[in-house]
Ligand binder design. Sequence first.
Ligand code: B12
Ligand code: SF4
Length: 495
Amino acid sequence: MRIAIISTYTHPTRLPKKERSVMQSAVPELLAGLCPPDAEIELFNEKEVDVPLDRHWDLVFFSYLHAYYEHTKVLSTLFRRRGITTVAGGRHAGHFADDALQHFDAVVVGDPEANVPALLADFARGELKPRYDLPAVAPSEIRAPRYDLIDFAHNPVRAPGIEASRGCPFSCNFCVLTGHEKYRYRPVADVVREIETKMRFNRSTFSVVDDVFTFLDNNLGGSPKYLRELCEALIPLNKQWGCALTWNILEDEDLVRLMARAGCRYIYTGLESLNPDSLAAMNKGQNKLSGLREVMRRTYAHGILLSFGLLVGTDGDTNEYLLRVPDYLDELRYGSVTFLGIVCPYPETPFFAQVAAEGRLLAGTTIRDYDGYTLCHRPKHLHPSEVIEHFQRLCGQIGSLTNVGKHVYNKLLLSDAPRYKTAILVSAPEVLSIRAPLGNPARTYLAGRDPIEDWDARMMRELGLAPQRIDGTQSLASARGLARVKARRVPVVAA
Ligand code: B12
Ligand code: SF4
């Protein structure tokens, strides 16, 4: 059986750009590990390479984020016209299974471990079902991805990624996990064995990422006890790694010291806002704003680069706060923002249910707009145009060369931990990447206003595909886990 597994991608500028960064989707190699050993498998990560449209496979699996749906529909339709069977999975496909079934032969809802082998067995017998929805397996049954199939030649800085846990114990109102996923983690011994025996590292030209890997977990600190055990077990491996976790972990200095000893050199945390009202509006109570500067300084002093993300457009944001963000960051001195986005009401979230019920979705919103860089709703205290002005100004100010200079100057000499200085220097482009979404002057960043990518738009016209409109109706009806909200048409407002 010839199988292709494709992780699709579209760039926030809506231009045909690649993004060869450290973190990439691990779904292709994860699904490959669930395929029979005799299958001929090819993996494609569109963030790094184009997908060949003329090759033949028996079966193609697609993984995509919400905003890549239209593009993924185009690819699937082209393949199906050539007799190739296509399957969609991931959070969007699971939530909008009925919509996806119009464009794919089958949809997998939820985790792949039980579903993919069942689907492959049915396909081999010629009995493919449209929907696979088997329950998740125990975390101890999660299998290692096929690291051997990752082609590092496409990306000199890519680090292999591993999952120690899935889900997150917190309930931020804008997060796609909230109300849908239980927090669960794999046995420490399984994770360590996978790193020791299965993981393949990227021996890149500049040796920047040799022996480096990333945890892909949404929140590696979901259980501090588990994280401690994991770190103890990682010390003898002598590898360097990065992860994402929540602010509460950083306040525990002993744990941060242990993480550094275990090889942690990079932590991303979704700080989201420096304004208490905005954090409250996002139900992000785990982020405390007191003592930020000291927590940041000592994390660096232990040899860990701490980067964080900020969101604009939340219901607590005001003009006064957004204007002051660069000053707040200067006062923090050790803060390093590597992600700046516009808060996104993903359709399966409590935040979406709220803005839809209150008639605050912008008119003409389609799924392409749900990319974290496009305003899809009207915030409580700001006009949509004000949000965009702040977003563009902050991208320019925070992602500036001056800021890179301050970042390196303030932090380079804070620690002598092995590879700490490399991590600081290598992170400079990450700070600049905050500007990346601004690369298309034609973008308004307002939902319903910006055309999708030229090629996708042309192919959608030729193939007769309509965009998935998000006006509140369908999502309120099908929101799994978000209570039984009655389907009803909700008013949309114009920007
Ligand atoms: C690497 C990564 C990226 C990469 C690659 C994206 C990608 N294609 O996954 C890049 C840099 C592009 C990216 C960008 C963004 N990301 Co991101 N990213 C991740 C991260 C850290 C790891 C993804 C991963 O490989 N996980 C491991 C794999 C194995 O798990 P998984 O992707 O969750 O898939 C599981 C199931 O959904 C299912 N599955 C998925 N696809 C398929 C397909 C088939 C056929 C089957 C059977 C099953 C299946 O199997 C997996 C195991 O259960 C996740 C966090 C996380 N732990 O998932 C966030 C995450 C996916 N990102 C998120 C966000 C918000 C963003 C950004 C908006 C901003 C940001 N923080 O950077 C942008 C823009 C996204 C957009 N345009 O919509 C959110 C959700 C976004 C969404 N649309 O659902 C997540 C969940 C983080 C979070 N908790 O908020 N991200
Ligand atoms: S802490 Fe992060 S992963 Fe957890 S619910 Fe909040 S946004 Fe989602």
